[in-house]
Ligand binder design. Structure first.
Ligand code: HEC
Ligand code: HEC
Length: 275
């Protein structure tokens, strides 16, 4: 009797010990998998009533990226939201994903200096959002930076995340043809973006004074072609030929939109007037 009882006890104990060992082994063997598991999803965070400083900034950054018009309106000059180009709130590969904290600081030809993630964010306000540059310690910039850091968890610092930016389309051997691009636009894009480019309903404008300006990355034909090929028409990724993507990008590029603020006549006038 006594013997069987203690045997059972020993067995129980060894079963217990075995499960402890298994848990420890899991901890030791899969640190990244575990870290990712314990990372709360953005939906969880949004519904959480109390958040620490870091996570409340992450949530605020997420809200700005989705609804820039509402949450960062004082720095915005057009009708766009960050997520209109950084699709799925900055989580879609080949659609300018925002999991890029590990890529900064980085030298940037556009402004000829080393850019931290803060400056990179502020520049999208100036060009893509045709707005004004927020100060580097603006709460909006800090919050977006926290969201970018959150999205970057699990990436290798300094290494290019997969699907960064947009795909670089190979040269087709033909120049981009805006006349063909107009036909593609009317057939495949106008139903959502409007014949006049202003956007139907709450669809985002692709040209006009409510769109991105001439200094924006999307104003470059190769950048726009890569984005359009990989992501448009919405829901039909990669259905256009490369040539159609170049053509329609060239058509968008011909339409009117706000000027590049670096070439503003007013600034030039000031430069001339000031000693
Ligand atoms: C009209 C489209 C568009 C909108 C709107 C837009 N961006 Fe961008 N963004 C781009 C393009 C295109 C690039 C990459 C090309 C470049 O570097 O010029 C980019 C790059 C970035 C990068 C760097 C990504 C990397 O791979 O290093 C960050 C960060 C960023 N944007 C943040 C924002 C934020 C924050 C907003 C909203 C306030 C915003 N963007 C709005 C088009 C847009
Ligand atoms: C079914 C509707 C739909 C169609 C068709 C469509 N788009 Fe879009 N497009 C969208 C939406 C919606 C967004 C913003 C995505 C978001 O916020 O999640 C977008 C974003 C864009 C953007 C970046 C944001 C901006 O406004 O500049 C460009 C450029 C663009 N589309 C070009 C095109 C082109 C070119 C075509 C045709 C080949 C096309 N789209 C077809 C719905 C559509």
């Amino acid at each position: 009797m006594n013997l069987t009882r203690s045997l059972i006890r020993v067995r129980r104990r060894s079963a217990f010990l075995a499960s402890v060992f298994a848990a420890l082994a899991a901890l030791l063997l899969t640190p990244t998998a575990l870290a990712q598991q314990s990372l709360p999803s953005i939906e969880q965070l949004v519904n959480e009533p109390f958040l620490d400083d870091y996570y409340s900034n992450v949530v605020y950054g997420y809200q700005i990226v989705n609804d820039t018009q509402h949450f960062a309106s004082r720095y915005v000059g057009n009708a766009l939201n960050c997520k209109n180009c950084h699709l799925n709130s900055g989580t879609k590969a080949d659609a300018l994903p925002l999991n890029v904290a590990g890529m900064y600081p980085k030298w940037r030809a556009k402004n000829g200096k080393r850019n931290g993630i803060g400056l990179r964010i502020r520049e999208c306000f100036v060009y893509s959002m045709d707005g004004i540059m927020p100060p580097d310690d603006a709460p909006e910039v800090l919050a977006i930076a926290a969201y970018v850091t959150y999205l970057s968890q699990g990436e290798v610092m300094g290494a290019e995340p997969e699907g960064r930016g947009v795909p670089t389309l190979p040269a087709t051997g033909y120049d981009p043809n805006p006349a063909n691009g107009r036909a593609v636009y009317l057939e495949q894009c106008a139903s959502c973006h409007g014949e006049q480019g202003g956007g139907v309903g709450d669809m985002p404008p692709v040209w006009g004074m409510n769109s991105y300006n001439r200094g924006a990355g999307m104003n470059r034909i190769d950048e726009a072609a890569g984005f359009i090929w990989a992501n448009m028409p919405l829901g039909q990724d990669k259905s256009l030929t490369h040539q159609q993507a170049f053509d329609v990008a060239a058509y968008l590029n011909l339409q009117y939109r706000p000027a590049d603020p670096r070439q503003s006549k007013f600034l030039k006038l000031l430069e001339d007037l000031l000693p």
